[in-house]
Ligand binder design. Structure first.
Ligand SMILES: Cc1cc2nc3c(=O)[nH]c(=O)nc-3n(C[C@H](O)[C@H](O)[C@H](O)COP(=O)(O)OP(=O)(O)OC[C@H]3O[C@@H](n4cnc5c(N)ncnc54)[C@H](O)[C@@H]3O)c2cc1C
Length: 678
């Protein structure tokens, strides 16, 4: 089913259009006025905002369709590339889209806020990544599928090269290269899930953190007919009266340029890694330091919002892990993390809170049977003793010997005793950061930890003994640690075509997205997935925006699926389907006349009802006794009784917030009816 604009999206769009023109500062022109009245400065078929991996792939895909394409980047030339440029360069691929789908949807766990079609499209796209990477993107197949085991690369937990000839249980020609004499990577961060065998990843050079994938992206952009503007942030989307995105304002060299866009704007602005306000709002963290996309301020997300977009996965991120931010640097290096094996972590309460040496999977740590975000009570400190310093075990490898420089600058705090160190922590940063640091708890914590060390087992947090060091001999040192992450995952919802979705589940015409912004990942994440998305959704969105310019693309007129699980009824622990299933089938039951009592469990105790059956019908329901909440269930019960008689059914409308009462009421009426039905 497809058509250009559904009535539903038209009505929705009218409002969004007004908002869009207003946001674009064009309200003076009037919503009803023809958009021909807009004084356009430029015209393109496809405009891509953000020159990271997603933007490069989208622009190449659009150019491959032969349309006029512009790629705009906020950063000055030389600083483009966002997270993609600094990343590990692993790009997800697969031999089997169904297998990958099974794996990724298992990672999504109990989070049901994903679109099966969009995830499927991603998995199918991953199966095409080798062909795309070695085709339009210009990668060398002999390097990407090397005959010899690549050198200078790593083999560590859950990341390994396998020979594509089927030996040792490996897959045969998983990239569909047409031969099986090459090595491929299987990066399955959750190997306990059997389908993880289909989670593969490509590297452009056979090694990691060498910018090779981003270099490939840049070369591909240069090899295509694509206009590129640097220092040119996208500012505002321009929508028409129907809510269709028809243009964008880009600030080029300090001047706002109004660009008419025939096919679509593709938002590839990355996430909000450096927008501390959004971090507070969406990630429940007071701040986060990050290495990569220094210009990733959430601009794309805000632009999409102004066009009516819905959001998803905002609270998810590939993180967090601990880091130490050097005070004289703006951000952190991924490899600047504190050496957890040289001491212990303590929080504001003065106590330990985790296994400092715990293995994380993209910031997720195994607690309570699940891989959840590393707990981050802030502020927190890594504490070590003089013996570690004497042994040269620095908290941060770049620290000076004996921490002379860091102590002088206040980056490291010191106390001859634990009590003195606690005092130094309280006084740090002008006494504003940790004024309540608890000395007694801190001293007791260190003593308890040392006891664990002496006993040869960390019975508190399960830290492997081989990583434990005593914290016994003063002076003692504390260094502030904080959170870092790879990237955020949230942003506008998208569908399988890469279109941005509005709050009614409908596509916003003319607006596409790709990359980590609005990523498909809503819970656990497998490394290489985000770059996989730059390639797959870059390709999908760029192609579809171009096809739209050529009149070859049509949206679907049905809303997308945005939730795959059972909707739980507010206030209950059961899905709505189960609650409804409790209703007796009154259409087929034969009820004997009489008066019957039944009882059920309400929120505060028993609900007892009396049901009168006359001529085989429910003539009356009386509430005999109940102790439901005043102002809530107490008010709802007479209404439920009235509805039951009127509808001759238990399929009755719930009063907001009193669903537990409804459950108990149904239970009671059912018990009464069960007697009448005998
Ligand atoms: C250290 C590190 C290692 C990682 N390793 C991997 C890995 O090996 N595999 C993997 O899959 N993922 C990895 N990731 C995550 C991955 O790099 C990112 O999720 C991915 O690169 C995002 O690509 P993108 O194109 O969506 O965004 P980015 O690459 O961040 O690009 C966004 C671009 O948009 C620009 N921009 C922002 N606002 C605007 C605007 N208003 N107008 C125009 N341009 C704008 C930015 O300047 C930037 O250039 C890693 C991340 C980090 C930080």
């Amino acid at each position: 089913m497809s058509k250009q604009i559904s009535r539903r999206s038209f009505l929705k769009g009218a409002a969004a259009g007004a908002a869009g023109l207003a946001a674009a500062g064009m309200m003076g022109m009037g919503v009803a006025e023809s958009t021909d009245a807009i004084a356009w400065d430029e015209e393109y078929d496809v405009v891509v905002l953000g020159y990271g991996g997603a933007g490069a792939n989208a622009a190449v895909a659009a150019a491959e369709q032969g349309v006029k394409t512009l790629l705009c980047e906020k950063a000055p030339e030389g600083n483009e590339g966002g997270n993609t440029a600094v990343s590990g360069q692993f790009v997800m691929a697969t031999d089997d889209p169904d297998g990958l789908y099974d794996y990724l949807t298992t990672l999504m766990g109990k989070f049901h806020n994903w679109d099966p079609e969009a995830v499927k499209a991603f998995c199918e796209g991953c199966a095409e990544n080798f062909a795309w990477m070695t085709g339009p993107m210009g990668g060398d197949p002999n390097v990407i599928a090397p005959v010899d085991h690549p050198t200078g690369v790593y083999e560590e937990n859950n990341v390994s090269w396998k020979k594509a000839d089927g030996t040792d249980g490996a897959l045969v020609d998983p990239y569909k290269v047409g031969r099986s004499d090459y090595w491929y990577y299987n990066w399955d961060e959750f190997p306990e899930i059997p389908s993880s065998a289909h989670c593969l990843c490509l590297t452009a050079s056979g090694t990691r953190f060498d910018r090779s994938y981003y270099n490939l992206c840049q070369n591909a952009v240069k090899a295509h007919d694509i206009d590129v503007w640097f220092s040119a942030p996208g500012k505002k989307l321009i929508t028409d009266a129907e809510g269709t995105v028809i243009g964008v304002i880009v600030n080029k060299d300090g001047t706002d340029v109004k660009i008419k866009v025939n096919g679509g704007v593709v938002l590839t602005c990355g996430g909000f890694e450096h927008n501390q306000e959004m971090i507070c709002s969406y990630l429940q963290m007071p701040y986060v330091h990050q290495q990569g996309g220094l210009y990733n301020d959430g601009d794309g997300i805000k632009m999409a919002l102004s066009a009516g977009a819905d959001l998803w996965h905002m609270s998810n991120s590939a993180g967090f892990t601990w880091t130490h931010k050097r005070p004289f640097l703006d951000t952190v290096s991924l490899f600047s993390g504190p050496n957890a094996n040289t001491g212990i972590y303590v929080g504001l309460g003065g106590d330990r809170f985790m296994n400092e040496a715990g293995t994380t999977r993209h910031g997720r740590i195994y607690i309570g049977g699940r891989w959840i975000s590393t707990p981050m009570p802030l502020p927190a400190y890594l504490v070590q003793d003089a013996d570690q310093l004497a042994a040269g075990n620095k908290l941060v490898s770049a620290f000076s010997d004996g921490y002379a420089d860091e102590l002088a600058s206040g980056e490291v705090l010191m106390g001859n005793t634990l009590e003195e160190l606690a005092e130094a922590i309280r006084n740090s940063e002008g006494g504003t950061d940790a004024p309540d640091f608890d000395t007694d708890k801190f001293v007791a914590t260190v003593a308890a930890y040392n006891k664990r060390y002496d006993a040869g087992e960390d019975a508190d947090y399960g830290r492997p003994y081989s990583t434990m060091v005593p914290v016994k001999n003063g002076p003692f040192y504390a260094t502030k640690i904080g959170p870092t992450y790879f990237n955020t995952q949230g942003g506008p919802r998208k569908n399988k075509f890469g279109q941005v979705i509005n709050t009614e589940g409908m596509a916003i015409e003319g607006l596409f997205e790709a990359g980590e912004m609005g990523s498909i990942f809503c819970d656990m994440y497998n490394g290489s997935g985000n770059l996989g998305e730059t390639m797959v959704y870059g390709r999908i969105s760029g192609t579809n925006a171009a096809k739209r310019a050529k009149g070859e693309f049509q949206s679907e007129d049905t809303p997308v699926t945005t939730f795959t699980g059972d909707i739980y009824v507010a206030g209950t622990t059961r899905p709505a389907s189960e609650v409804n299933a409790e209703s007796v089938d009154l259409t087929s039951a034969t009820l004997k006349d009489g008066v019957y009592q039944g009882e059920g469990n309400g929120i505060n105790g028993k609900i007892v009802v009396e049901v009168t059956i006359t001529d085989g019908k429910i003539a009356d329901v009386q509430i005999v006794s109940e102790s439901e909440s005043e102002g809530l269930g107490h008010i709802a019960l007479p209404d439920y009784a009235k509805q039951t008689v009127e509808k001759q059914s238990l399929d009755i409308d719930v009063m907001t917030g009193v669903t537990v009462t409804l459950d108990g009421y149904k239970e009671a009426v059912n018990a009464a009816l069960a007697q009448a039905a005998q």
